[in-house]
Design a protein around this ligand. Structure first.
Ligand code: PLP
Length: 434
């Protein structure tokens, strides 16, 4: 049964004001709710797996700030660590012990990187990794995949033109064609396209970059064979393989998607979870590759707030929790149970949907066909997501406001809460397909 819309008066008022201050009323585009009904909810507070908006509506949150909040909102140990750090000052622009501590924690438990550099966002991590790959190899071109998002750096806001493998076309105004000309775009799950790129641009490709698990355009889980193929073809051509683990890093386990595929990329990028909700990114590689970074080497990269002590404190507290025995097993088991029963419900009802799940990440596709690359997603199916999103909000469940985005489960989502959410999801699907 369709439920009455929740009250959004205060959010609507705040949005009207925000539109006077910010383009589209937001500081990051997807927040504008453009592909779902209504205007953005302004969030007042988060605690555990719950969010409250400005009108006092309460939601079970499956967006989790787009992934960083693997422990949920306002986790006591993260909060306490941040409060303690703040008491000593917020930023020094000089090294601190907290950077060493977070680095030591990471490097002890993530053997894929030998040296790291902290930055302030995922975009910065990827942008720096690309510069590092270019500086290290002395080559200019990079190859990315259609449907992978790597932040908003110029070289990466590039989409495929027509043809199997193409030099990119910019996907944003303001990017010189000359930049896009250095980015080759190939479809995912397609060996031929990658082989063709290496043939056409022989000796010119500095790096192939792929999301650990592509999770920004649906959840496009690639076969291990394909990832192994990328590892082999890059090694054979003196090209670096960059795994962008901004979503998957510390989410699929401490060593992310690389460990899932049992593969050793050359450069890895991280963000989101590493900062416990504070702005942190990181890139890392072997000591030999990282020695190209300034001040040790010729590749320049810097940041006033890089390694910020408050952010380091949040990251230290969050990552320490993830190292507790059984943390990931428990989280993944919970996710499998939750998503498994939603899939059973959809199948029983004959609703043509399929859930894609890995670790504690899930995505609902409005199609039963196998989806492995961006082109497999039918844009028309997003109309169904719009209805689902509205019905979920009306029943107290918050998903990210786009059907292309994945959902996340946190340690704070208890079995009882997931039961409640499931019922709301079932009822919402009944409306979508009524
Ligand atoms: N890389 C991936 C895989 C991402 O999912 C994102 C953001 O969602 C980024 C890079 C950019 O990170 P940020 O938004 O922190 O700049």
């Amino acid at each position: 049964m369709i439920k009455e819309d929740i009250s959004r008066e205060k959010s609507a008022e705040l949005y009207e004001k925000a539109r006077q201050y910010f383009p589209g009323g937001v500081n990051s585009p997807v927040r504008a709710f453009k592909s779902v009904f209504g205007t953005p909810l302004f969030i007042r507070k988060g605690d555990g797996c719950y969010l409250w908006d400005a009108d006092g509506n309460q939601f079970i949150d499956f967006c989790c700030s787009w992934g960083p909040l693997i422990l949920g909102h306002n986790h006591p140990s993260v909060r306490e660590s941040v409060v303690q750090a703040i008491q000593n000052g917020m930023s020094f622009g000089a090294p601190t012990m907290l950077e060493n501590q977070l680095a030591e924690l990471i490097l002890t438990h993530n053997k894929l990187v030998e040296k790291i550099r902290f930055v302030s966002s995922g975009t910065e991590a990827v942008m720096s990794a690309i510069r590092l790959a270019r500086g290290y190899t002395g080559r200019d071109k990079i190859l990315k995949f259609e449907g992978c998002y790597h932040g908003h750096a110029d070289s990466l806001l590039v989409k495929a033109g027509s043809g199997l493998v193409t030099l990119g076309e910019t996907s944003s105004a303001g990017i010189p064609a000359a930049f896009a000309n250095e980015t080759i775009v190939a479809p995912l799950n397609d060996r031929e396209a990658v082989q063709e790129a290496f043939h056409t641009f022989s000796g010119q490709i500095a790096a192939v970059i792929i999301e650990g698990i592509p999770a920004n355009n649906g959840l496009l889980i690639q076969d291990k064979d394909y990832i192994d193929f990328l590892r082999e073809i890059t090694s054979a051509n003196g090209t670096l393989l960059i795994f962008d683990e901004v979503i998957t890093g510390f989410r699929l386990g401490f060593e992310g998607a690389a460990a899932y595929y049992d593969i050793r990329p050359d450069i890895l990028t991280y963000g989101k979870i590493i900062g416990g909700g504070m702005p942190v990114g990181m890139y890392g590689a072997s000591a030999a590759i990282m020695s190209s970074i300034s001040p040790e080497g010729p590749v320049y990269q810097a940041g006033t707030l890089s390694g910020n002590p408050v952010a380091m404190a949040a990251g230290l507290a969050q990552l320490s929790e993830l190292l507790q025995p059984g943390f990931y097993d428990e989280l993944n088991r919970k996710t499998a149970g939750f998503t498994g029963s939603i899939q059973s419900f959809l199948t029983e009802r004959g609703y043509p949907c399929k859930l894609y799940v890995i670790g504690s990440i899930f995505w609902i596709a409005f199609s039963e066909l196998e989806i492995k690359k961006a082109g497999d997603i039918d844009p028309a199916s997003m109309e169904r997501f719009r209805v689902l999103h509205r019905e979920l909000l009306n029943r107290g469940v918050y998903f990210g406001p786009s059907g292309y985005e994945v959902g996340f489960i946190s340690a704070a989502h208890t079995p009882a809460v997931l039961e409640t959410a499931k019922q709301a999801i079932f009822d919402s699907f009944d409306v979508v397909f009524s």
